[in-house]
Design a protein around this ligand. Sequence first.
Ligand SMILES: Nc1ncnc2c1ncn2[C@@H]1O[C@H](COP(=O)(O)OP(=O)(O)O)[C@@H](O)[C@H]1O
Ligand SMILES: [Mg+2]
Length: 647
Amino acid sequence: MPLLRLERPPEWSTDAAPPEPSALLAVKKPDVTRHADTADERLAAFGLRSLADLLAPSSLVIADDHLLLDGEYTRVLTLADLPPVVAAGWLNGVLAEHLAIDLSMHIRPLEGGAAASALKLKSWRLGGALNDDASNGRPIDNHLTTALEQIEGLRRGLARREIALFSVGLYLRLRASSRANLDELTQQVAGLLAAQAGAVLVPRLQQEQGFRACLPEARDALQVLHTLDTGTLSTIYPFVPSAPRIPGGILFGIDEQIHDLVELDLFDHRVCQNANVGIFAPSGGGKTFFTKVLARRYLLMTDNTDIIVIDRKHEYRALCEAMGGQFLRIAASSPHRINPFDLPPPDQRGEGSVLLDHIQQVLGLLDVLLAEPGQRLSLGERAVLDRAIKEAYQAAGVTEDPATHATPPPTMGTLQAVLDAEADLGSDVGRATAASLAERLAVFTSGSLAGGLLGGHTNVCLDSRLVVFGIEGLPEDLWSFAMYLIAGCVWQQVRQWPDRQRLLVVDEAWLLLQHRDGGRFLESIVRLARSYGLGLVFITQDIKNVLQDARGSVIAENVFTTLLLRQSGKSQQQTTQTQQLVAEQFGLSAEEQRMLGAAQPGHGLLLVGPWRVQLHVIASKAEERIAMTAPRERQALAAAASRGGGA
Ligand SMILES: Nc1ncnc2c1ncn2[C@@H]1O[C@H](COP(=O)(O)OP(=O)(O)O)[C@@H](O)[C@H]1O
Ligand SMILES: [Mg+2]
């Protein structure tokens, strides 16, 4: 009976060259000669069963391109060519098919010094060839320059010990029940790798060595090796989870690498630590398109998720009309009011003073409203306002005693009255400041904007499954303030009734983030949203500003799901700077950067915690009609639908 030795012989170490493998059929019988003196003892020893006897196959046929092991056909393939450009987990594409494949990797660190001198020689040769071309007036060969750049990059990395080199053997063992199935499986695997521009090879007359290389013996008898640097090696690691696919999740799009659906539920705590989403791309990348499609799917597929949108350009109106949502047009003449003095519900942990905390919130809001563009209120102005807000609450009968919090709060009108009184009667220093603040506030309480958003007690309520606040009708310098005010009102109502799941979409969120208080407020929402069943969808095209901003980068880090769409803008220099920032913030590989630089609208990279998916956002005709932003596109789609009877 043929026996296999599964344990590694003690004399062999990774430093020495592996010993010549013995043929599998060469029977490794127990060494009976050492202890057995008589023929009978020897025969008795042969009669004992060892573990190896039990494990070993009863038959093995070695053919030139496969083995037949106990009736099972098996073939070892080697990876002859690695794909030229790879993204992390690329081998997943092959493994995700759940074919009968075992993957075997032999990784051996190489000493940097030896590699460095070989690289130096290569670099000289390439440099020499390029110089020769230049001096003889021949055109520059791009292949040579790219190779030289890569080699120089490697040498730099090696010298700084940022990268190491590895010798890597990669083998795939296929299993099938018949020869025909084995050939078919081979074709399939070769095809999957060819799709990634890699190539496999069937080692002829070396199947036995290949089989050994796939045994858990840590011995590479086949020795088809590749020299790889750390970065490339890490992309081969096959256990990076690929597309998150949560049964019953919402369709996000298609994973372009493995052509599978990406389904995810942002509120599934087993997968997503929080439901916050960050969407970063320059204008036209497909941010709003994706968000509208996602919102529609949440409304249709779930019955416990509400969507609230702060819409700067009234782009969500079509969605609102199609889904029977509530569109609140916020403008000087509109009847919708939000009173910033509304008190939030008491803190769940019962910490802090509700009134004092909220006064800080109102102060932050008024800072955005009353300060000169790009500036903040002075310390003196903040002190006067702080006092005035407290007095306004007192005038309305609201104190720190929670029993008084049910009384109707003051309004902007109350604050105006307090400031006016201060301007008339206050101390010399305070009087001038109060007068100046009162004058600026008067525009919103008795001036042209008096009837609008701040004109009285709150009358907007999130009682519809989709509520869109359209702020386009407000003067441009009030957009940031309006976003802040609306987000504050939504946050209060969410905390008051945390029984539902909600997505709060802030499109063009940089407008809010550029003010210190607005940024702080958004950051606190991102941190606390999860406890109240809220997910903030943070959308921005000002990626550079957001990522360079301290609060912006905290927000980017604290959203569990990030969608990066096409990352190329108008000017080359700006694009490169932004791309570098994005690459650093999200740890993108060179290939991922290249992919994002050239992506079409609706194509990008979805990062969900540890997952990385090359996403294509797909939409049905009905969804496209709602999600297309350009009026011309929407008209064309509507016309096509009426001709064809709808989609
Ligand atoms: N997933 C997609 N499929 C098809 N077209 C898309 C997709 N995403 C974006 N587009 C096209 O790009 C245009 C701009 O998209 P939009 O979402 O408004 O960009 P952004 O909000 O990033 O500025 C859309 O009107 C549409 O024509
Ligand atoms: Mg947009």
